[in-house]
Ligand binder design. Structure first.
Ligand code: AMP
Ligand code: GLY
Length: 422
């Protein structure tokens, strides 16, 4: 098979790494990729959101399967465009990707299909939103409806904070079109968990559990990021919990999407709050988590390509995947300053030494080669990933590898996995 991966982060490097290992893969391309991805795939200089160029490349290079990593091209209809050309694609159509692209869309499905989630209301009018806030009070969560690169959620502890968020989104244009509508919802309490399932429109196959750390600082402090590290398995997602999440959240969602004429295919990523009364849906994403994908790929024993094909073609009913019993853990190394302003172009050395440690793979999230040197080109730059018998051992190995990497321009959290080790 000739495969094209779309994206340039650590998630896409992990997908390339797994697909490159498949006996079914004859040729592997990545658009646009990065310096690490170039070890597994031929990188082509096409941006992930350049739908016409990706479509033309896939057609001209006889691509059999396109695997879309990030949400933006999914929401903009990349899979629809490829399907129209008769090219198979892993990922949802634009209509199905609304599960990530519009929080209000997802909340309305939850209401109609009795899927457990936080109580909510939708507004596009500031005065009405303020009146609702007067009625329900704080604490409350205010969310931009559309895609906001993980920044569109304001956890308002006071009414003033909620007022400010509403004004910023509905009046100040703080989140552009994404904030032209807001969702206000109940603040849930419990432990968070990420849940992933492969979906073929009708059937869903849960993947191994994984959990990320969203805050930038040790002890889960400081601003939110895309994720500073992840581990798998996540002890809170027991087999019994997996059963409940499938029955109460995932399956009703798939029925809803099919009923609306936009069946969901691809990977469905549910952000959950495990509350006293059971799992509740916080949000959906229409793609793999980044860096959760990295630990899932590290633990996957089966060839991934048949799974991706079964999702794209509708064959998951009798499909299964096998996983290593080992745990996996990944530490994100980011450029100093992230998630705020950060410098680019600093040199990174020592990755070879890190990868000499048994079970360690360094996925690249934002790197390039410049004048023969490996340099940082993003906020999140490396994902130092280790597999070992337990989360504790994987953590020790990952940090041993981190300490081999010579990158004065970078930093990482030193406590990834601590919740699972408590
Ligand atoms: P989201 O972008 O919707 O995943 O939200 C980002 C983060 O905000 C989540 O991972 C949670 O930590 C938090 N969050 C979002 N909605 C809620 C809620 N209703 N109650 C508590 N925490 C929430
Ligand atoms: N790690 C969180 C995300 O991919 O959205």
């Amino acid at each position: 098979m000739r495969v094209l991966i779309v994206g340039s982060g650590g998630r896409e490097h992990a997908l390339c790494w797994a697909i490159a290992a498949s006996a079914l893969c004859d040729a592997l391309y990545c658009a646009p990729g990065n310096a690490g991805i170039a070890r597994e795939a031929e990188c082509v200089p096409i941006k992930a959101d350049d739908i016409p160029a990706i479509r033309a490349f896939a057609r001209n290079n006889a691509i059999d399967l396109v695997v879309v990593g990030p949400e933006a091209p999914l929401c903009e209809g990349l899979v629809d465009a490829l399907t129209a050309d008769g090219i198979k694609a892993f990922g949802p159509t634009a209509a199905a990707a609304r599960l990530e692209g519009s929080k209000g869309f997802t909340k309305d499905i939850c209401a109609k299909y009795a899927i457990p989630t936080a109580a909510y209301a939708r507004f596009d009018d500031l005065a009405r939103a303020q009146a609702y806030l007067q009625k329900v009070g704080a604490p409350i969560v205010v969310k931009a409806d559309g895609l906001a690169a993980g920044k569109g959620v304001i956890m308002a502890e006071t009414r003033d904070q909620a007022e400010a968020a509403l004004a910023d989104m509905l009046q100040g244009g703080g989140f552009g079109q994404a904030g032209a509508e807001v969702v206000m919802e109940e603040w849930l309490h419990g432990e968070e968990a990420s849940f992933f399932a492969l979906v073929d429109g009708e059937n869903a196959l849960p993947l191994a559990s994984a959990q990320d750390h969203k805050r930038v600082g040790d002890g889960d402090t400081g601003p939110n990021t895309g994720g500073m590290g992840a581990y798998s398995p996540a002890p809170i997602v027991t087999p019994a919990m997996t059963g409940r999440v499938m029955d109460e959240i995932i399956q009703p969602t798939l029925r809803a999407m099919a009923d609306m004429g936009c069946p969901y295919r691809g990977v469905l990523y549910a952000g959950l709050m495990i509350t006293e009364s059971g799992p509740k849906l916080i949000e959906y994403n229409a793609r793999f988590g980044d860096p959760e994908c990295q630990v899932l790929m590290a633990r996957l024993k089966s060839d991934i390509l048949p799974g991706l094909m079964a999702s794209a073609e509708g064959g998951l009913r009798h499909f299964d995947l096998r996983w290593h019993d080992d745990a996996a853990l990944t530490v994100v190394m980011a450029a100093k300053g992230y998630p705020g302003k950060y410098d680019q172009g600093s040199e990174i050395r020592g990755i070879d030494a890190a990868e000499k440690i048994d079970g360690v793979t360094v996925f690249h999230a934002g790197t390039a080669m410049k004048d023969g040197k490996l340099v940082a080109t993003g906020g999140r730059v490396l994902n130092v990933t280790a597999r070992a018998a337990t989360i504790g051992e994987a953590q020790a190995k990952a940090y041993q590898a981190v300490d081999k990497i010579d990158w004065p321009g970078g930093f990482c959290r030193r406590d990834i996995g601590y919740r699972a080790l408590k």
